[in-house]
Design a protein around this ligand. Structure first.
Ligand code: DQA
Length: 147
């Protein structure tokens, strides 16, 4: 079955408890459950969360050459701002990756203004809270020619 993969990076396992004034009060499980319900017929959602860079890269390699995967929504957390290894992994794979941020990274500290993964992603969604994930899934479904 065709699927979309959402990968959440470091510290996003703490959603619901981590700085709720920025990231809201819902847990990652709550968010993922709602997202699974919005997919088009014939598509399913796979979700993963890793705190370490290497595991994120392994997940990108795995899904990134899988013909059943139509897109990846990636919230790489702080790795966004400095991980050339994740950027290289995204550039290496053939499945499109949408960069996701819950907060508006451009309205926050200066170090968050730079994304080293943005140039190799299909696009970026930032600033809409948990709806950022929803918008990323919409973007993947609407740009996939087989959905
Ligand atoms: C984040 C923004 C990053 O700067 C931060 O390090 C995160 C979460 C977001 O979803 O807004 O961990 O990616």
């Amino acid at each position: 079955m065709k699927y979309i993969l959402i990968i959440n990076g470091p510290n996003l396992n703490l959603l619901g408890r981590r700085q709720p004034e920025i990231y809201g009060s819902r847990t990652l499980d709550d968010i993922n459950r709602d997202l699974a319900a919005m997919l088009a017929d014939g598509l399913c959602l796979e979700t993963a969360q890793y705190n370490s860079e290497g595991e994120i890269i392994d997940a990108l390699h795995h899904a990134g050459f899988d013909p059943d995967c139509i897109g990846i929504a990636l919230n790489a957390g702080a790795y966004t701002h400095y991980s050339y290894a994740i950027a290289d992994a995204i550039a290496a794979i053939s499945v499109p990756v949408v960069e996701v941020h819950m907060s508006n990274v451009h309205s926050r500290e200066e170090f968050r203004h730079r994304s080293v993964i943005a140039p190799v992603c299909a696009g970026t969604i930032s600033g809409f809270g948990e709806k950022s994930y929803r918008l990323a899934l919409e973007a993947i479904m609407q740009t996939d020619d087989k959905t």
